[in-house]
Design a protein around this ligand. Structure first.
Ligand code: 3EB
Length: 328
């Protein structure tokens, strides 16, 4: 994805590749998600303890080739351009519910203060996602904090919701990265899946709040962020215990999301499975070869993906896949 005629793009770099970049390369970075162990010296960046499978750390570097400003707002470090705001926030609090509520209130307040109309994409990470404390699973505590913040800030629980991922790390605190935009965002749902905000109460009394993808026209090009996507049809987990079938079902869902994006904007002909940059979260590191070969069969030789070990937000999910693509 390293194509410098683009005004907005992302690339996945190893620490070695990052270290070799020339000095003038850094100037258009709007933010970095730092997967692995070693914290890099860049602001904003967030360190996410999801082991990178069979590799070194990976730096997910987001570029915006227009004038950037850097700032700090409460716990959020950010950079912004005329069109985009990239923020990173880590909150330390014994209560995950309070940490989440704090982070989201700060994010929504910053978005309002700087006048970015919508959050395009948000990545949420915290340890022990499937662990119950005080009789409630931590993913559900996160959902309570997120919904509380949306309500406190007067936001809809069903509209203008970002594409999102929520994954369990091996250590660290609640860490969130987000991208907000001033341009209108098209929120995409998946006709094969019940919308997250309509999940029945068996998945938590306070449902999740995210859209399946977000599509915007940025610098005269459409870009699409696909949320973390799993083996869920309707609202049920399918293929319990079968990582290969879960991978195929996740890809069937991503295919449906792409078709839905084309239903909204017919001209996005280059938004195709073969052009996506994938991030694959695998619960059991030992499953990587099965997941990788299944994806290679599904997508073909052009597959571009990174593989991280992470816990998924339902204990019966073994794999989750997110993706980014532009229409160039
Ligand atoms: C799902 O479809 C799988 O709570 O923001 C994926 C992406 C999932 C985002 C969220 C949850 C979230 O329900 C889990």
């Amino acid at each position: 994805m390293k194509q410098h005629h683009k005004r907005f793009w992302v690339e996945h770099l190893t620490p070695h590749q990052y270290a070799l970049m020339p000095n003038n390369w850094y100037k258009d970075i709007i933010g970095i998600i730092n997967y692995g162990n070693t914290k890099i010296n860049f602001t904003p960046s967030i360190l996410i303890s999801t082991p990178v499978l069979n590799e070194n750390d990976i730096y997910e570097v987001w570029h915006d080739n227009s004038p950037l400003q850097q700032g700090q707002y409460a716990n959020i470090s950010y950079r912004c351009s005329e069109k985009l705001l990239f923020g990173g926030v880590t909150i330390i609090n014994e209560s995950l519910k309070i940490a989440t509520k704090t982070a989201y209130r700060e994010i929504l307040a910053l978005q309002d203060t700087l006048n970015y109309t919508a959050i395009l994409r948000i990545w949420n990470y915290f340890p022990a996602i499937n662990k119950e404390t005080d009789g409630i699973e931590r993913y559900r505590q996160f959902n309570i904090g997120r919904q509380d913040a949306l309500l406190d800030c007067g936001r809809s629980l069903t509209e203008n919701l970002p594409a999102a991922s929520v994954l369990g790390t091996t250590s660290g605190n609640l860490s969130i990265a987000f991208i907000a935009a001033r341009t209108e965002v098209i929120n995409i749902e998946n006709p094969r899946q019940v919308s997250s905000y309509n999940y029945p109460p068996q998945y938590g009394l306070r449902p999740p709040a995210f859209s399946r993808a977000s599509l915007i026209n940025l610098y005269d090009n459409y870009i699409l962020f696909i949320s973390g996507t799993a083996s869920i049809v309707g609202y049920n987990t399918l293929h319990i215990g079968d990582v290969v079938k879960q991978t195929i079902e996740s890809m069937n869902n991503i295919s449906a999301v792409i078709a839905e994006a084309k239903r909204h904007i017919a001209t996005v002909v280059n938004i195709q499975l073969t052009n996506l940059l994938y991030k694959v979260y695998i619960r059991h590191a030992a499953d990587i070869q099965l997941v990788k070969s299944t994806l290679q069969n599904y997508v073909g030789d052009s597959l571009q993906a990174i593989y991280l070990q992470a816990d998924i937000c339902r204990a019966d999910l073994l794999v989750e896949i997110e993706a980014y693509v532009d229409n160039f």
